[in-house]
Design a protein around this ligand. Structure first.
Ligand SMILES: Cc1cc2nc3c(=O)[nH]c(=O)nc-3n(C[C@H](O)[C@H](O)[C@H](O)COP(=O)(O)OP(=O)(O)OC[C@H]3O[C@@H](n4cnc5c(N)ncnc54)[C@H](O)[C@@H]3O)c2cc1C
Length: 491
């Protein structure tokens, strides 16, 4: 019997596996590769990217994981505030000045200014009253407050009707959450603006070598304890263990472990974890994800491009919402511009929904057509490689009423510990934080089991690490720390 079976080799599962690497573990991953919604591939000095690309900075679980594993992330050198709209490319500057710099009808300009002021005022309130860590509170209380903020109406209701160009501009930012304006809660839309405006614990770092570098480094530490193509279909408690049923290469298998970290998306966890308490399963089944469709383009230009100093270019009224310069980190390190580059595009929410059933060629073609408008008329002639990726479960988003689900989702449920980005509001940072928490909870239970059985609990000591920082993320993070776990093991 294993100590822990980690189900799902995405960022949450791999973060848990990293912290559990000194125990007897097995990772079961349905896909033929690890990483889930983290997916990049190297191409010489560059990398192509299709999944999560912006990561949290200093003092976060992400920062902790990267330094433990030995993978480097840097503040992105390029501007995060590019915009291409109505024939004009803005390469930077404050997004608050967009409505003054983008050509648009007067009524739209005025609407962006007035609605923008309303959103900005709410962002300030969100940052000062909601996200700020209060002395003595737990992570759970803080995360609950974030979910509860403006959680009884949609962002569309909050912002009100607008002329078409104003709607397009504001929508391009908010829908990157994967929900449309009339789907996400007002609080989630305001929270997304706070991320884009760079307030609080933002996402503004890129991983050198591409995001999959992190997954590859963890995978190397775990070695052959990973089963790929292993699709779990049932997780069920026994008296002091958990039985995991999965299918691999057309053959049914059963594996037993003392504990399970269930790090699949909420819909899969709802389906497979058949004996979780009803309210937990119900809450899992009510989590909503919106789609993303992304594409990656490797280019062979021989000289500088006008977007070399820009990382992100929002693109209202296009088939994608944003173009992302994946060569930005390389640009920031060179004294002389080397040939080539890498661009990622992505279509969230309804833009993605419209592309989910299209072929790769159709997706690449529609994105290229728009890149020629957004970046440069000749952009497509510099493309030497292009691939699309579809993510039906692109990102979970907070909808009106989402706050009421949180207490069930974070209540301990026997020997199965949940992890994944749907448990919090900061995407990759939430995945890592919840992976850490689930690993911590599993280790605590394993230590208790061993003490009960009169067996020593010394052999699985974790390396010393600093206490986890206080960031947005999984509530349980703040109730325990990895160092206290090590102490427990050594006792
Ligand atoms: C295009 C795109 C852009 C994004 N941009 C950003 C960004 O810039 N910054 C950011 O922070 N976040 C971003 N995100 C979100 C981020 O990628 C996710 O929050 C994060 O990677 C989720 O990790 P996870 O481990 O929680 O889930 P997943 O990555 O979904 O991992 C779940 C794993 O479980 C496996 N699995 C599923 N079913 C089974 C089964 N039955 N048995 C076994 N295994 C199973 C899956 O194959 C997968 O590997 C983006 C996402 C996308 C798609």
């Amino acid at each position: 019997m294993k100590d822990v079976i980690v189900i799902g080799g995405g960022l949450a599962g791999m973060s848990a596996a990293w912290r559990l690497r000194h125990w007897d573990i097995e990772v079961l991953e349905a896909d033929t590769r690890l990483g889930g919604r983290i997916r990049s591939e190297r191409r010489g000095a560059y990398w192509l990217n299709w999944g999560g690309h912006l990561f949290a900075g200093a003092g976060t679980s992400t920062d902790l994981l990267l330094s433990e594993v030995g993978v480097t992330a840097v503040a992105l050198p390029g501007s995060l505030a590019g915009l291409s709209m109505n024939g004009r490319l803005l390469r930077g500057g404050s997004i608050a000045t967009y409505p003054l710099r983008v050509p648009m009808p007067l009524d739209a300009r005025l609407a962006v200014l007035t609605k923008g002021a309303k959103i900005a005022a709410s962002v300030l309130r969100y940052v000062a009253d909601v996200v700020r860590v209060r002395p003595g509170e737990s992570g759970a209380q803080r995360q609950q407050r974030i979910y509860d903020f403006e959680n009884s109406r949609t962002f569309a209701d909050f912002v009100g009707a607008m002329p078409p160009d104003a709607t397009e501009l504001i929508k391009t930012t908010v829908t990157r959450s994967a929900g449309e304006m009339d789907q996400i809660s007002a609080g989630a839309g305001i929270g997304y603006f706070s991320l884009v405006l760079g307030f609080g614990a933002g996402l503004d770092r890129g991983i050198v070598g591409g995001p999959s570098t992190l997954i590859e480094a963890i995978s190397a530490a775990i070695g052959d304890r990973v089963q790929l193509g292993a699709e779990v279909h049932e997780v069920v408690h026994r008296k002091d263990s958990v039985l995991v049923r999965y299918r691999q290469d057309g053959v049914d298998h059963e594996a037993e472990a003392r504990t399970v970290v269930l790090a699949t998306t909420a819909n899969v966890s709802h389906r497979v974890a058949v004996d979780l308490p009803d309210d937990v399963r119900d809450a899992l089944g009510r989590i909503v994800y919106g789609p993303h469709v992304s594409a990656a383009f490797l280019t062979d230009e021989q000289g500088p491009r006008r977007w070399d100093d820009v990382y992100a270019i929002a693109a209202p009224k296009r088939s994608f919402a944003i173009a992302l310069n994946q060569a930005s980190i390389v640009r920031g390190t060179e004294s002389e511009r080397r040939p080539g580059g890498s661009i990622m595009t992505f279509s969230p929410a309804n833009l993605g929904r419209a592309l989910l059933d299209k072929s790769d060629e159709e997706i690449v073609e529609s994105h290229l057509r728009d890149l020629d408008q957004v970046l440069d008329r000749n952009f497509s002639s510099s493309v030497v490689e292009a691939h699309a990726s579809r993510w039906a479960q692109g990102s979970p988003y907070s909808f009106p009423g989402r706050g009421t689900l949180q207490s069930a989702l974070t209540r301990p449920s026997g020997r199965v510990f949940l992890a994944g980005d749907y448990l919090g509001t900061l995407y990759t940072e939430t995945s890592i934080t919840t992976g850490f928490s689930a690993a911590q909870d599993a280790m605590s239970l394993l230590a208790t089991d061993r003490q009960r059985a009169g067996r020593p609990v010394v052999q699985q000591v974790q390396p010393a690490v600093p206490a986890p920082p206080a960031v947005v993320g999984h509530p349980r993070q703040h109730q325990t720390s990895i160092s206290s776990s090590s102490e427990r093991h050594a006792s």
